[in-house]
Structure formats: structure tokens, C-alpha cells
Design a protein around this ligand. Structure first.
Ligand code: ZN
Length: 114
């Protein structure tokens, strides 16, 4: 059973999700970290950032799994989806933004129950 729901097909333009939808914090700030973000994943660089302690073990497992894949499997893999499938946080939603002219695709998981 997938424990974090994944919402897809947002575009950057109508997103506004560089701000937390729970507390309004600007996401990605290092000085004042919002407690609701579980992770951000940038497809272009293939990197998880802003990983919460609640989910860091899941992200580490998925990163290890990706390292062990051959190149073809890794290209087809969906790291944000893999983390969402394994994370046991039913109050979270992972929002996905597809790549467009304003930038590469990314996913951000928000824990509404935090
Ligand atoms: Zn927040």
C-alpha cells in the first residue's frame, strides 16, 4: 500500500508551492526550516534535498537501491515515487511539477499532519 499520495501534473506557473501550503514558509530556506516538508526532489540533478529526519532512512534506502541499478533501470526509475511508496506517513502528499520552459521537474512532499 502506498503511504504517501502523489499528486501529479501541476505546472510551475500555477504552483506557488515554493511556499509551504500548511504554514506559508518559503521552502528551501536553510536558516528557518519548515517542519512540514518531508523532501524535495529535483529531477534534473537527481537529488533529494530538504530531507526530514522522519523520512531520511527511506531516502537513504532508495538512493542505495538506485546506485545498485544498471543505467537503463536507473533512467526509468522514479525516485520520488519510490520514496512515496515506502514512507509510512499517511498525512503526507507529494506534489509533482513537470518540467516546462521555466525549469526542470521537481517533487515536494508535504506532511500535513506535522
Ligand atoms: Zn510548513
Amino acid at each position: 500500500m502506498q503511504m504517501v499520495h502523489v499528486v501529479t501534473q501541476y505546472s510551475h506557473d500555477d504552483a506557488g508551492l515554493f511556499y509551504c501550503p500548511v504554514c506559508g514558509s518559503e521552502l528551501g530556506r536553510v536558516d528557518e526550516r519548515c517542519p512540514h516538508v518531508l523532501f524535495t526532489y529535483f529531477e534534473e540533478v537527481g537529488e533529494f534535498t530538504d530531507v526530514s529526519d522522519l523520512i531520511s532512512h527511506v531516502v537513504a534506502d532508495v538512493e542505495k537501491q538506485l546506485e545498485e541499478m544498471d543505467d537503463d533501470s536507473r533512467m526509468d526509475a522514479d525516485p520520488a515515487q519510490l520514496v512515496a511508496e515506502r514512507a509510512d506517513i499517511p498525512s503526507a502528499i507529494c506534489f509533482r511539477f513537470s518540467a516546462n520552459v521555466t525549469g526542470g521537474g521537481y517533487a515536494v512532499a508535504i506532511n500535513f499532519g506535522a
